[in-house]
Design a protein around this ligand. Structure first.
Ligand code: ACM
Length: 458
């Protein structure tokens, strides 16, 4: 029995992520027939499911949607590359509807070509949510016509060079990336991190400064500006969600702000957390008024934001109770615990330049692959996040993303998982990466792509 639960094939198919069911024999189709594809629509299949039938003289792809057809074509392409066009049928559908990857371009900026390359990779391996962290303390990376200072001032600098020339996406570039992603069945979700992680924002618009890289949650001007920004963003991103951040808010000095004092008095608050919750609810209401749903970090679980209008990303590995609380309150959740799902963490003991965390935890590919996710109706899926404090160029992106992202893809898509079998199938993925020239971490031969250094880690 191989991991696909079928006895017919003695070899492992090279397909990543592993399909749900494979019914194939040892006989192969001649490759010249692989382009003879007949498409059949079947309402019986799920929204992203497909059936791929390899016959002697042609292929039949059955799906209920363009996405299912797209994924069938990806599987067929992999079978051709692996020279594994065995006669038979693959019946496939995803484990989770949310199969995400987050890129932080606030700490370092990579630009359109790198983002398109990452979107191509996501599509090839059936990932479908691109969460784009476009603002943080170090930089603001999206053009907002109403506030040109956000890119004239806020886009200057990055984690390793606070005076680096302004780098950001124009609205035309954003539209082009969103279009490119949509062609690949990927939804793009922009994140504007607030009320914390907002130094680039308040550097550009000082009148809403709330100290310690936060915005002032007591000032009506803050909400007016946020509404204007989110309104422009919602026109640029046609997807369902706007991500409003909400993590790690340094709110210690808020009570010193006169506007917060007035708010506390008016609402009868006794703790600064109540002010933070108020902020979350106000911004959540702005998002809802724009016809979008909130995506936010799990810090918002206590905010009182209506759970039917928000999806929370659970990232606090050390607080499993937050994931439970979120679901008990009715929030849909995406599982992306910092350990093992943060790709900025080092992946091996002898790597030096990644984020090692306070307890020197290493996010190995095996930990990511074998992480247990409890499937409940409110768990939408899983996501890997690449923070880029220690990732300053394209080689470091590749080195941190590949090959761990394939373990994530298999967590997200496959119900049949076996790490040894995955490593065997990864051989085909290495060949694919070689054709693309990726600077991936090659555990089989670490000297091939030595760990690239990062200037802010000595
Ligand atoms: C986070 O890692 N601060 C979401």
């Amino acid at each position: 029995m191989n991991i696909f639960g079928i006895i017919l094939l003695s070899v492992s198919l090279g397909v990543v992520p592993a399909p749900r069911e494979v019914h194939m024999g040892e006989q192969k189709m001649e490759e010249r027939y692989a382009s003879k594809v007949r498409y059949v629509r079947s309402g019986k299949l799920g929204p992203e499911a497909y059936e791929l039938k390899i016959g002697k003289k042609g292929v039949v792809i059955k799906s209920s949607s363009d996405a299912g057809r797209f994924y069938a074509e990806k599987t067929l392409g992999q079978l051709v590359r692996c020279d594994q066009l065995y006669l038979g049928t693959i019946k496939d559908s995803p484990r989770f509807t949310w199969r995400g990857f987050m890129l932080d371009e606030a700490r370092h900026f990579f630009g359109t070509e790198k983002v398109k390359e990452l979107l191509d990779m996501m599509a090839e391996y059936k990932l479908n949510r691109f969460h784009w962290h476009l603002s943080d303390n170090q930089g603001w990376r999206v053009e907002i016509k109403a506030f040109p200072q956000l890119t004239q001032i806020g886009a200057i600098g990055c984690e390793t060079d606070r005076n680096a020339p302004a780098r950001f996406y124009t609205q035309d570039e954003i539209r082009e990336i969103v279009r490119y992603a949509a062609e690949r069945h990927i939804e793009v979700i922009p994140e504007i991190d607030m009320p914390g992680h907002a130094r680039a924002l308040v550097r550009s618009i000082p009148e809403i400064d709330g100290f310690n890289s936060t915005v002032n949650p007591g000032s009506e001007k803050t909400y007016e500006i946020i509404r204007t920004i989110l309104t422009e963003l919602s026109g640029l991103f046609p997807g369902r969600y706007l991500h409003i951040g909400g993590d790690e808010v340094q709110n210690k000095k808020w009570m010193d702000l006169p506007e917060v004092g007035a708010l506390v008095k008016k609402e009868g608050y006794t703790a600064v957390q109540e002010v933070q919750n108020y902020f979350g609810r106000r911004v959540g209401a702005i998002v809802a008024s724009l016809g979008k749903e909130v995506l936010a970090w799990d810090d918002l679980v206590v905010s009182g934001i209506p759970s039917d209008s928000a999806v929370l990303l659970w990232w606090h590995t050390d607080k499993p109770e937050v994931l439970k609380d979120a679901q008990a309150s009715g929030f849909r959740t995406v599982v992306c615990p910092s350990r093992p799902m943060y790709l900025d963490n080092c992946q091996e003991l002898n790597h030096k330049y990644g984020h090692k965390g306070r307890i020197q935890y290493f996010n190995t590919i095996q930990k990511l692959y074998e992480y247990e996710i409890e499937e409940t109706p409110l768990v939408l899926g899983v996501q890997a996040n690449l923070w880029t404090e220690h990732v300053h160029n394209s080689n470091r992106v590749d080195f941190m993303v590949y090959p761990r992202i394939f373990a994530l893809a298999e967590q997200a898509w496959s119900v049949n998982r076996d790490f040894d079998d995955f490593l065997r199938r990864l051989e085909y993925v290495y060949s694919w990466m070689d054709t693309k020239g990726f600077y991936y971490y090659d555990a089989r031969n670490p000297d091939r792509h030595p760990e690239p250094s990062c200037p802010n880690i000595k």
